[in-house]
Design a protein around this ligand. Structure first.
Ligand SMILES: *[C@@H]1O[C@H](CO)[C@@H](O)[C@H](O)[C@H]1NC(C)=O
Ligand SMILES: *[C@@H]1O[C@H](CO)[C@@H](O)[C@H](O)[C@H]1NC(C)=O
Ligand SMILES: *[C@@H]1O[C@H](CO)[C@@H](O)[C@H](O)[C@H]1NC(C)=O
Ligand SMILES: *[C@@H]1O[C@H](CO)[C@@H](O)[C@H](O)[C@H]1NC(C)=O
Ligand SMILES: *[C@@H]1O[C@H](CO)[C@@H](O)[C@H](O)[C@H]1NC(C)=O
Ligand SMILES: *[C@@H]1O[C@H](CO)[C@@H](O)[C@H](O)[C@H]1NC(C)=O
Ligand SMILES: *[C@@H]1O[C@H](CO)[C@@H](O)[C@H](O)[C@H]1NC(C)=O
Ligand SMILES: *[C@@H]1O[C@H](CO)[C@@H](O)[C@H](O)[C@H]1NC(C)=O
Ligand SMILES: *[C@@H]1O[C@H](CO)[C@@H](O)[C@H](O)[C@H]1NC(C)=O
Length: 827
C-alpha cells in the first residue's frame, strides 16, 4: 500500500538564519540555580538534537530566547520563550533562581524581561532546582536529587512543552489538562520575521465532545473535527504511516492529541504557518530541506459552515453545497445564487411525536460538536434510545467506530459544518418525523427500539394526537377567520391549544396564590396540569389592545424556536376573549430575584454566574444566527432571564422581538420599545436596532451579573456614573476586580471575572460596528486568547430617575418596577 506522499519539490518553510554564532557554545545541557547563560552561550541537549539560546530572526532587530534543531543547519526554531516581549539588544542573561524560576533579565540593570513563572507555579517550592534541555526539545525545571530520576524528568515543575509556540513536536501534548488547568494550543508567528503571536491558532475545543479546530482571532476557520477512535472525522488524510503514530486521549484528567516518532532518527514537526496553513514537515537529509508530508489539502469545503445548517459540502459536486436528505433550502432564492449562509431546514418539522425515528447518513464529516453530549461506554442502541427520549436531541452516533463501535455522541442543536466524503467518512443518525423516515436500512435502525415497544407507546398517545389534531383544526379555522378580519400578514401557528377550562383547573381558577408576577400585558400564574407538568400561564389582560400585536408576535416567533437557553412555549389558549401563553415553569424564577437580592445573591456563586452568562450568550447566538429566523430580542434584561431547576438560564419574553432577513443588517422603528439601562444608544436615540443592539443589552447584563448591581440606579458615591461608566473607569485603572459583587469573593475565578468584564465592555461600546457578534463573544468567554481593547462605551441616559430597588421577575413582558418602556420617537 502506498501510504507516503512526499512532495520533494516543495520547500515550504522559510529558512531561519540564526544571528547567534554557533562558535561559542556552552557545551552543557543544564543550568543550575544562580548560573548564568549569556547572549552568545547556548545549552545543547545530550544527543545534540536541540539547542537553546538567543536568536534574532532574519530582517529583525529583535532578539529572543528560543530552541532550535542543533543537527539541522538551517536553524529551524521550534519554541520561543518571550515571543511577545522581544529584546531590543543583546545585554541580556538567562538565569535560574533558587526558587526554580527561569528569569531573563537585562544584564546591566537587572530588570526582569521574561520569566517562567505562571499563575500557579509560584506555589511549588523546589529546594535544589535545575533546568535541562532534553533530546525531545523539552526544556524542563525539576528538583535535582542525588541520582537523576526518570520521574523527575516526567513530572517537572515547569516545562516548555506546556507553552507551545507554533510547533507541535513529537511527544508534545496539544489539549487540556484538567488537573493542572493548563490548556495547550499553538499560535502561528505573526510573520516569518516576527515570532509574536499571530492571528491563527490550532487548539482542541472541549466545549462538547472534543474536536480539533483552527481559529483566526476568535472565529473558527477550519474544524478538523472530533476523534472517532481511528482518526479525526474531518481529516481522512491522517492515517497510519511509517514515520509517526498518533493518539487521542479523553479521560477525566486530560484530553489531548499527541504523536510519536516510529523511527527516532527522523525529524518531523507540525507547524502552523503565519498564513494559517497547518503543515506536517519532514526533514530530508539527502537534500537538506523540509518537505511536506501528509498535509491536508484544504479545499473550499473546509471553510467553516460554508453551507449553513443541515447542509453538506461536497467538493465533487457543483455547486458544492447540498441539503441533507429530508431538508430543503431555508431561502431558495438565496440558495440558487450560491448564498448558502442560511442553510437548510426540515421539509417536515419535528413535533416530538412518538413515531419519530432516525435516518442514516453515511460517509460524512461529523457536525460541529460544540453543542453535543457524550458518553464513552454506551452502545449504539442505548445511544439511539437516549436520543429518542429527549426531544431536543437531533442526531447521534458512536464515539468510537473501531471494532463493533461504542460510545455515544448526541447533538442538541442545528447540525453545522457537515461535509460529504467519497468513501472514508463517518455515519450519523439524524432525527426525522415519521413521514420522512426511510425504511431501507430498517435492520440497523429498528432493531433496538423493536416493534412491540413501539405499539405500546402508540396506543395511549394516539388518542392524545387525535385531540391535538382536532384542536389544531379548530385553531386554524379560528385563525383563518380572524385573518380575514385583520391584517393578513400573520403566519399559521403550529402550536398546541389549551382549553380555558384546563387552565382554570391548572391554576386553581387563576387564584392569587398561584400568581407569579405581573407583566405589562397582564398577570402570570403558576399551574399544574393533570399529568403533573408544572406550567406558567401568561394571561393577556382583556382590556389590553396594545398587547394583542405583541401577543401574536410572541406566539409566532417563539413557536419556531427551540434551544435549551430559550424558555419553551408549550402552547396557547385563545378562547372567550382570553388570550394566554403557556410556558414551561421555571422553579427558580428570574435572575433578578437572585442577583439583586442581598440574601438570595449568596446562592449564586461565581461558577453558576459564569454558567448563566455563557447560557445567555448561547441562547442569544441562536436567536441571532442559528435559528431558522434571525431574531432581534430587543428587550434583553435580567428579569427576562429565567432559571430552571439546575440554574440553566432561559431567555424569555419575545413580545418585542423582530425577525430579520438574513442579509438585513439593521432596521429602523418609530416605536422604540425596551428598557432604560439596557438600550443601546443608537436604538434609544434614533430607533435603529440590529443584532448589535441586543449585544449591547447583553453587555449590560454581564456587568450586572458580575457586579450584582443594576446599571440604571447604580450611582457611585464619588462620581455619578452608571454601572457601565463605573466599570469602564475601573477597567482603565486596572482595578476591574473592585466591581465584583461582595458576596462572590470566595468563589471568584479571577481570570474568568476579568474576562467577563472585558467582554461586557466590548459589548457596550458606543459604535455598534465595534461590538462583537455573539459568536465572537462565546469564543472570547471560552478561551484565554488576547482580547481587543474596548473603546469608550455608549450610554443612553434616560430620564434620570432611580429605579426602586425591588423588582419582581415574571414571565410577563415587564415588571412594575423596572418598566419596559414604549415611546414614540418623534420622527
Ligand atoms: C557574541 O559573539 C560574537 C562573535 O564571537 C561577538 O562579536 C559578539 O560581540 C558577542 N556578543 C555578545 C553580546 O557577547
Ligand atoms: C528581508 O527583507 C527584504 C525586504 O523586505 C526581503 O527582500 C528579503 O527577502 C528579506 N529577507 C529574508 C531572509 O526574509
Ligand atoms: C538594558 O538596560 C539598558 C539601560 O537602561 C538599556 O540601554 C538596554 O536597552 C536594556 N536592554 C534590554 C535588552 O532591555
Ligand atoms: C491553577 O491551578 C488550579 C488548580 O490546580 C486550576 O484550576 C487552574 O486552572 C490553574 N490556573 C492556571 C492559569 O493554570
Ligand atoms: C508509537 O510508536 C512507538 C514506537 O514504536 C511506541 O512506543 C508507541 O507506543 C506507539 N504509540 C501508539 C499510540 O501506538
Ligand atoms: C531509522 O532511520 C534511519 C535513517 O533513515 C535508518 O538508517 C534506520 O535503519 C532506521 N531504523 C529503523 C529501525 O527503521
Ligand atoms: C455512561 O453510560 C454508562 C452506561 O449507560 C453509565 O454506566 C455511565 O455512568 C455513563 N457515564 C457517564 C460519565 O455518564
Ligand atoms: C435533554 O438533553 C438536554 C441536554 O443534554 C438536557 O439538558 C435535558 O435535561 C434533557 N431532557 C430530558 C427530558 O432528558
Ligand atoms: C475503540 O474500540 C476499540 C475496539 O473495541 C478499542 O480497542 C479501543 O480501545 C477503543 N478506543 C477508545 C479510544 O476508546
Amino acid at each position: 500500500m502506498e501510504e507516503t506522499k512526499v512532495t520533494t519539490t516543495k520547500l515550504i518553510f522559510a529558512i531561519l538564519v540564526l544571528y547567534a554564532s554557533i562558535t561559542c557554545t556552552h557545551a552543557a545541557d543544564t543550568i543550575s540555580a544562580n548560573q548564568i547563560l549569556k547572549y552568545n552561550e547556548t545549552l545543547v541537549s545530550p544527543q545534540k538534537t536541540f539547542e537553546l539560546g538567543f536568536f534574532s530572526p532574519p530582517n529583525s532587530t529583535n532578539h529572543y530566547l528560543g530552541i532550535w534543531y542543533k543537527k539541522i543547519s538551517t536553524g529551524t526554531v521550534v519554541w520561543v520563550a518571550n515571543r511577545n516581549t522581544p529584546l531590543t539588544d543583546t545585554t541580556v542573561e538567562l538565569t535560574l533562581t533558587f526558587q526554580g524560576v527561569l528569569i531573563l533579565r537585562n544584564a546591566t540593570t537587572g530588570n526582569v524581561l521574561w520569566s517562567s513563572v505562571n499563575v500557579n507555579s509560584s506555589a511549588t517550592t523546589v529546594r535544589n532546582p535545575i533546568a535541562q534541555l532534553l533530546d525531545n526539545g523539552n526544556f524542563i525545571i525539576y528538583e535535582q536529587g542525588d541520582v537523576i530520576n526518570q520521574d523527575d524528568l516526567d513530572d517537572p515543575t515547569w516545562q516548555s512543552f506546556d507553552f507551545l509556540t507554533d510547533t507541535l513536536l513529537p511527544g508534545m501534548k496539544k489539549g487540556r489538562n484538567f488537573v493542572t488547568g493548563i490548556e495547550r494550543h499553538y499560535t502561528a508567528w505573526k510573520s516569518k520575521d516576527d515570532p509574536a503571536s499571530g492571528e491563527f491558532s490550532a487548539s482542541i475545543d472541549t466545549r462538547g465532545y472534543p474536536q480539533l479546530i483552527q481559529t483566526k482571532g476568535q472565529e473558527i476557520t477550519y474544524r478538523v473535527g472530533p476523534w472517532n477512535g481511528l482518526r479525526f472525522s474531518g481529516a481522512p488524510h491522517l492515517k497510519p504511516n511509517p514515520i509517526y503514530n498518533f493518539t487521542f486521549v479523553i479521560n477525566e484528567r486530560e484530553i489531548y492529541y499527541q504523536y510519536s516518532l516510529i523511527n527516532a532518527s527522523v525529524f518531523t514537526r507540525l507547524v502552523l504557518q503565519p498564513d494559517g496553513h497547518l503543515e506536517r514537515l519532514l526533514w530530508v537529509d539527502s537534500t537538506q530541506e523540509w518537505v511536506l508530508y501528509l498535509t491536508p489539502e484544504i479545499d473550499r469545503c473546509d471553510q467553516y459552515t460554508l453551507c449553513g445548517p443541515y447542509a453538506a459540502c461536497n467538493i465533487a459536486q457543483s455547486p458544492v453545497c447540498e441539503c441533507l436528505k429530508g431538508f430543503e433550502p431555508t431561502s431558495p432564492d438565496q440558495w440558487k445564487v450560491a448564498d448558502w449562509s442560511r442553510g437548510c431546514r426540515r421539509r417536515t418539522p419535528l413535533d416530538c411525536e412518538p413515531g419519530e425515528g432516525f435516518n442514516k447518513y453515511t460517509n460524512i464529516k461529523l457536525p460541529d460538536t460544540q453543542w453535543s453530549w457524550y458518553n464513552l461506554t454506551m452502545t449504539l442502541a442505548e445511544c439511539e434510545n437516549m436520543c429518542k427520549s429527549n426531544c431536543s436531541c437531533v442526531a447521534y452516533t458512536n464515539t468510537n467506530i473501531s471494532g463493533a463501535g461504542s460510545g455515544c455522541l448526541l447533538w442538541f442543536d442545528e447540525l453545522l459544518d457537515v461535509r460529504a466524503f467519497g468513501g472514508t467518512g463517518d455515519t450519523l443518525y439524524i432525527r426525522m418525523p415519521p413521514s420522512e423516515l426511510e425504511s431501507t436500512d430498517s435492520t440497523e435502525n429498528r432493531k433496538s427500539s423493536g416493534p412491540r415497544k413501539r405499539i405500546q407507546v402508540i396506543v395511549p398517545v394516539a388518542s392524545m394526537v387525535l385531540v391535538i389534531l382536532i384542536s389544531l383544526f379548530l385553531f386554524y379555522h379560528f385563525n383563518r377567520k380572524k385573518q380575514h378580519q385583520q391584517d393578513a400578514s400573520d403566519e399559521d401557528l403550529e402550536l398546541p391549544l389549551f382549553s380555558l377550562s384546563t387552565l382554570h383547573k391548572a391554576t386553581n381558577n387563576f387564584s392569587m396564590d398561584n400568581k407569579l408576577g405581573e407583566g405589562g400585558f397582564g398577570p402570570v400564574y403558576k399551574g399544574l396540569l393533570e399529568n403533573k407538568l408544572e406550567i406558567a400561564v401568561k394571561r393577556l389582560a382583556k382590556t389590553s389592545t396594545q398587547g394583542l400585536r405583541e401577543f401574536k408576535n410572541e406566539v409566532i416567533s417563539i413557536s419556531k424556536l427551540q434551544h435549551r437557553n430559550l424558555v419553551k412555549l408549550l402552547g396557547c389558549c385563545i378562547e372567550g376573549g382570553e388570550k394566554m401563553l403557556i410556558y414551561e415553569y421555571m422553579p427558580n424564577k428570574g435572575l433578578d430575584s437572585f442577583i439583586f437580592d442581598k440574601t438570595q445573591s449568596k446562592l449564586l456563586d461565581w461558577p453558576t454566574r459564569y454558567h448563566i452568562i455563557d447560557g445567555i450568550a448561547r441562547g442569544l447566538l441562536y436567536l441571532h444566527q442559528d435559528s431558522r429566523l434571525r431574531i432581534i430580542h430587543r428587550d434583553l434584561k435580567v428579569s427576562n432571564i429565567l432559571l430552571d431547576a439546575d440554574m440553566n438560564p432561559k431567555i424569555s419574553d419575545f413580545g418585542m422581538a423582530r425577525t430579520f432577513k438574513a442579509n438585513q443588517i439593521e432596521a429602523n422603528t418609530n416605536r422604540v420599545v425596551g428598557t432604560y439601562g439596557y438600550m443601546a444608544p443608537e436604538y434609544a436615540g434614533q430607533g435603529i436596532f440590529s443584532i448589535k443592539s441586543d449585544v449591547y443589552s447583553f453587555g449590560v447584563l454581564v456587568l450586572e451579573i458580575v457586579c450584582g448591581e443594576k446599571n440604571r440606579g447604580f450611582l457611585h458615591k464619588e462620581h455619578s456614573n452608571n454601572l457601565i461608566g463605573h466599570a469602564w473607569r475601573l477597567h482603565n485603572e486596572g482595578s476591574s476586580l473592585q466591581l465584583v459583587s461582595k458576596c462572590l469573593e470566595e468563589s471568584v475565578n479571577v481570570s474568568q471575572v476579568l474576562r467577563s468584564i472585558h467582554v461586557g465592555l466590548l459589548c457596550v461600546q458606543r459604535q455598534p460596528e465595534d461590538r462583537p457578534a455573539m459568536t465572537s463573544v462565546i469564543m472570547m468567554l471560552g478561551s484565554d486568547g488576547q482580547l481587543p481593547t474596548p473603546k469608550k462605551p455608549g450610554f443612553y441616559i434616560g430620564k434620570a430617575k432611580k429605579d426602586s430597588p425591588e423588582s419582581s421577575s415574571s414571565y410577563g413582558t415587564c415588571s412594575k418596577n423596572e418598566l419596559t418602556i414604549t415611546m414614540l420617537n418623534g420622527r
